[in-house]
Write a protein that binds this ligand. Structure first.
Ligand code: ADP
Ligand code: FDM
Ligand code: MG
Length: 217
C-alpha cells in the first residue's frame, strides 16, 4: 500500500486598510488553528528583517528616499525572496497566514498617482508569486478606523493616501473572485469568528492533489 500524500496547507491572505485589525486577526487565527492541531505559520509583508526589508523600513519611517517605482519593486522582491519557502511550507502541510500581500503592494503604490505607475504596471512583478487560496479583505469605514486611534508617523499614514487606498482596494477586489469581504467594524471576537468560518471552509476544500496556484496577469 502506498502512503497517503500529505494534505497540503492553505495560503490565506489578510488584507485591508491601516487599523482594520489585520495583525490582531492574523494572530487570533494562528492561535485558533494551532489549538486545533493544524500546523500553521504567520508571516507578514513587508518583512522588515531581511536586507531588502531594512531598506523598506527605512523608507516607510521617512529616513530615506526612494523613487516610487524602485520602492515598489523592493516590496515585490521582499515577497519573492520568501516565495520558495512559502511553497515548501504549504507542500509540507502547514497553513500559512499572510498579513498583507500583493494587493497592498499594488494599491499603495498606485495610490501615489504617479503617471507612470498604474495598477497594471504595479501588478506585473507579482505575476508568478504563490496565489492565495483565500483572501480576506477586512473592510472598515473611515469613522470606525478613526476610533482606533490616530495615524502613526509612517509615510502612508495620512488622510490623502488612505482615501485613495480605500478606493483602489474597492477597484481591485470588485473584479477579483475568491475574496471574502469581512465587516471589520464589529468586535474583535465577532470578526474572528467570521474569519474562522471562511477559513474552515477553505481548509476543508484543500486536497493534496490540487497544487498551490500562481498569481496570473
Ligand atoms: P492593522 O494590522 O490592520 O493595522 P491592528 O490589528 O494593529 O490593525 O489593530 C489596530 C488597533 O485597533 C489596535 O489597537 C487593535 O487593538 C485595535 N483593534 C483591532 N481590531 C479591533 C476591533 N474589531 N474593534 C476595536 N478595536 C480593534
Ligand atoms: N505596503 C505594504 C506597500 O506599500 N507595499 C506592499 O507591498 C506592502 C506589503 O507598507 F502602509 C505598505 C502598506 C503600509 C506599510 O504597514 C506597512 P504595516 O503596518 O507593516 O502593515
Ligand atoms: Mg498591522
Amino acid at each position: 500500500t502506498q502512503a497517503q500524500p500529505t494534505r497540503r496547507g492553505a495560503l490565506i491572505v489578510v488584507e485591508g486598510l491601516d487599523r482594520a485589525g489585520k495583525s490582531s486577526q492574523c494572530e487570533k487565527l494562528r492561535d485558533y488553528l494551532s489549538q486545533q492541531g493544524s500546523p500553521v505559520k504567520y508571516i507578514r509583508f513587508p518583512d522588515r528583517t531581511t536586507p531588502i526589508g531594512k531598506l523598506i523600513d527605512s523608507y516607510l519611517r521617512g529616513s530615506s528616499h526612494q523613487d516610487d517605482h524602485s520602492i515598489h519593486l523592493l516590496f515585490s522582491a521582499n515577497r519573492w525572496e520568501v516565495a520558495k519557502s512559502i511553497e515548501e511550507e504549504i507542500a509540507s502541510g502547514t497553513t500559512v497566514i499572510v498579513d498583507r500581500y500583493s494587493y497592498s503592494g499594488v494599491v499603495y503604490s498606485a495610490a501615489k498617482a504617479n503617471p507612470t505607475l498604474s495598477l497594471e504596471w504595479a501588478w506585473q512583478p507579482e505575476i508568478g508569486l504563490p496565489r492565495p487560496d483565500l483572501c480576506l479583505f477586512l473592510g472598515i469605514s473611515p469613522e470606525e478606523a478613526a476610533k482606533r486611534g490616530g495615524f502613526g508617523a509612517e509615510r502612508y499614514e495620512n488622510e490623502t493616501m488612505q482615501t485613495r487606498v480605500r478606493e483602489l482596494f474597492r477597484t481591485i477586489f470588485e473584479k477579483q473572485n475568491g475574496v471574502s469581504i469581512i465587516d471589520a467594524g464589529k468586535s474583535i471576537d465577532e470578526v474572528a469568528s467570521e474569519i474562522q468560518g471562511a477559513v474552515a471552509g477553505c481548509i476543508a476544500r484543500m486536497d493534496a492533489t490540487a497544487p498551490l496556484g500562481k498569481l496570473g496577469p
